[in-house]
Design a protein around this ligand. Structure first.
Ligand SMILES: CC(C)[C@H](C(=O)O)[C@@H](O)C(=O)O
Ligand code: SF4
Length: 461
C-alpha cells in the first residue's frame, strides 16, 4: 500500500538523493509555521497551493471559556502571527473562535480533508495519525514546511516498510490505545525507525476509525516515519458525507480508486512483527518514554531486570523521576490529575468511553480531572449527546478544544511532583509541566483512575 501511494507521487528521482514527492494536503499550526511564512516573505514567494493548505490554532490556545482572553504573551503572539500569516498568504485558518477549530490531527480526518491515497504533511510529529485512513502522512520540520508551502513538494528518502500484524480479538475493556502501548512496549521506541508501519490483522480491521487513528497516532513513538491502515468499508463510511470530502458521484468514483490501495496478497515487507490481541491487557506506562509499559496486572519493573546497560540506566533514571519503586503493583500507584484529551484520544468515541466509566460516579476527592475534546465540532457533538453533563456531574472539568495538557505550551500544566493519568502519547520528563509525572493510558483507564484515585483495572470497576 505504501508503494502504491508513494510511486505515483514521485515528481523526481535521482540516485543517492531524496525523492521529490507531491503533497496533496498540507496542515499547518501556530508552532511550526511562523519561520516558514517568514522565509516565504523574505524570498517574495507565495504559498503555491492555498487550496491544499489548511491551518488551525491548537497548541497555544487556552482551554478556558472563549470569552476569556489569552493571557500568556508568547501564546498570544504565536496565535496572532498565525492569523496574520494566513490572512497575508491566503491560507484558510480555523482560529480559536472558529466552529471548525481543533487539534490539527483531529480536524483533518473529521472534516474530510484527509482521504485514502493522499500524501499528507504537517509540521508536527503526530501527522502519522492520518495514515489510519490509508494515507501516507508524515511529520516534517519547519524548513520543510516552508519547502512545501513554496513548491507543494517534499524531499524525502523513501522509507522502508514494516508490517505490524495484530491477530485475534481484543478482550473486553482492552482498547486501541492498549494495542499501541502493547506494541511499543515490546518493539521499543526505536522498533520502527526508518520504516513506515502498516498495521494489519483481525484486531486492527475490527477497530473503528477513531481507534485506528489512536494506533497510527503513536507510530512515531515507535520511531516510525509513518503509520497506515488499509482503507476498507469502515474507512469509506467514515469519509462519506464529510464537509471537505468528495460528494455524490465523485465520492463513488473515489471509492473505486481507494479500493485499489490495499497491499496485494503476497506482497513483502522489509520487516514484520506479529501480536496476539487476545493476550493484550489495559496498559499503563511507568517511565519517561512510551516504551516503558506494564500491564495493569503487573508491577513497576526492577531496572536490573533489563538486559542492556543502557536500558538499565534509563529505567533507573525514569523511576527516580517518576518517584516509583521497583515491584510496586501498577494498581497501587496513586494519581492526583487526570487528562482525557490530545490527538491520541480526544475523539467522540474516546469521550464516550470515559463517560461510560464515570457515569453516576464521583471523581476521587484527591483528584483534579479534566476532559478536553479534540475539536469544537466534537465538543458540540459530545454535548448533543449529554456527555458534558455526565462528566460535570461526576466532578470532571469539561473544557474548550485544544492540545491542552498534552504538552506545556498553554495554561494547562501539572505542578511539580503531580502525577497524571493521561490519554496523550508522550510521557517525557516535564512534558506536561516541569516536574510533572505522566502515565499514558486509555480513556477508560484514565476515567477509572479518576474515580479510584489510583490505577485500577477498568474491567474490575
Ligand atoms: C509542537 C510540535 C512541533 C510537537 C510535535 O511535533 O509533535 C507537538 O505537537 C508534540 O506533540 O510534541
Ligand atoms: S495533542 Fe499533543 S501530540 Fe497532538 S499535536 Fe497537540 S501537542 Fe502534539
Amino acid at each position: 500500500m505504501f508503494e502504491k501511494i508513494w510511486d505515483p507521487h514521485v515528481v523526481h528521482d535521482e540516485p543517492g538523493e531524496p525523492s521529490i514527492i507531491y503533497i496533496d494536503l498540507h496542515l499547518v499550526h501556530e508552532v511550526t509555521s511562523p519561520q516558514a511564512f517568514d522565509g516565504l516573505r523574505m524570498a517574495g514567494r507565495p504559498v503555491r497551493r492555498t487550496d491544499l493548505t489548511v491551518a488551525t490554532a491548537d497548541h497555544n490556545t487556552p482551554t478556558w471559556d472563549l470569552s476569556l482572553p489569552v493571557t500568556d504573551e508568547i501564546s498570544q503572539a504565536q496565535l496572532e502571527a498565525l492569523s496574520r500569516n494566513c490572512e497575508e498568504f491566503g491560507v484558510t485558518l480555523y482560529d480559536r473562535f472558529s466552529p471548525l477549530q481543533g487539534i490539527v490531527h483531529i480536524i483533518g480526518p473529521d472534516l474530510g480533508y484527509t482521504q485514502p491515497g493522499k500524501t499528507v504533511v504537517c509540521g508536527d510529529s503526530h501527522t502519522s495519525t492520518h495514515g489510519a485512513l490509508g494515507a501516507f502522512a508524515v511529520g516534517i520540520g519547519t524548513s520543510e514546511v516552508e519547502h512545501v508551502m513554496a513548491t507543494q513538494t517534499l524531499r524525502q528518502f523513501k522509507p522502508q516498510t514494516m508490517e505490524v500484524r495484530v491477530d485475534g480479538q481484543l478482550p473486553p475493556g482492552v482498547t486501541a490505545k492498549d494495542i499501541i502501548l502493547g506494541i511499543i512496549g515490546r518493539i521499543g521506541v526505536n522498533g520502527g525507525t526508518g520504516h513506515v508501519i502498516e498495521y494489519t490483522g483481525e484486531a486492527i480491521r475490527s477497530l473503528s476509525m477513531d481507534g485506528r487513528m489512536t494506533v497510527c497516532n503513536m507510530s512515531i513513538e515507535a520511531g516510525a516515519r509513518a503509520g497506515m491502515i488499509a482503507p476498507d468499508e469502515t474507512t469509506f463510511e467514515y469519509v462519506r458525507g464529510r464537509q471537505f470530502a468528495p460528494q455524490g458521484a465523485e465520492f463513488d468514483a473515489a471509492v473505486e480508486r481507494w479500493k485499489l490501495l490495499p497491499t496485494d496478497p503476497g506482497a513483502t515487507f522489509d520487516k514484520t512483527e506479529i501480536f496476539d490481541a487476545s493476550q493484550m491487557e489495559p496498559y499503563v506506562t511507568w517511565g519517561t518514554n512510551p516504551g516503558m509499559v506494564a500491564p495493569i496486572s503487573g508491577h513497576v519493573p526492577d531496572p536490573n531486570s533489563f538486559e542492556e546497560a543502557g536500558q538499565r540506566e534509563a529505567a533507573a533514571r525514569a523511576l527516580q523521576y517518576m518517584d516509583l519503586r521497583p515491584g510496586t503493583p501498577i494498581n497501587g500507584i496513586k494519581i492526583n490529575r487526570i487528562f482525557v484529551g490530545a490527538c491520541t484520544n480526544a475523539r467522540l468515541e474516546d469521550l464516550r468511553a470515559a463517560a461510560e466509566v464515570v457515569r453516576g460516579r464521583k471523581v476521587h476527592p484527591d483528584v483534579y480531572a479534566m476532559v478536553v475534546p479534540g475539536s469544537a465540532k466534537i465538543k458540540l457533538e459530545a454535548e448533543e449527546e449529554g456527555l458534558d453533563r455526565i462528566f460535570t456531574e461526576a466532578g470532571l472539568d469539561w473544557r474548550v478544544a485544544g492540545c491542552s495538557m498534552c504538552l506545556g505550551m498553554n495554561p494547562d500544566i501539572l505542578a511539580p511532583g503531580q502525577r497524571c493519568a493521561a490519554t496523550s502519547n508522550r510521557n517525557f520528563e516535564g512534558r506536561q509541566g516541569k516536574g510533572g509525572r505522566t502515565h499514558l493510558v486509555s480513556p477508560a483507564m484514565a476515567a477509572a483512575a479518576a474515580i479510584a484515585g489510583h490505577f485500577v483495572d477498568v474491567r474490575d470497576l
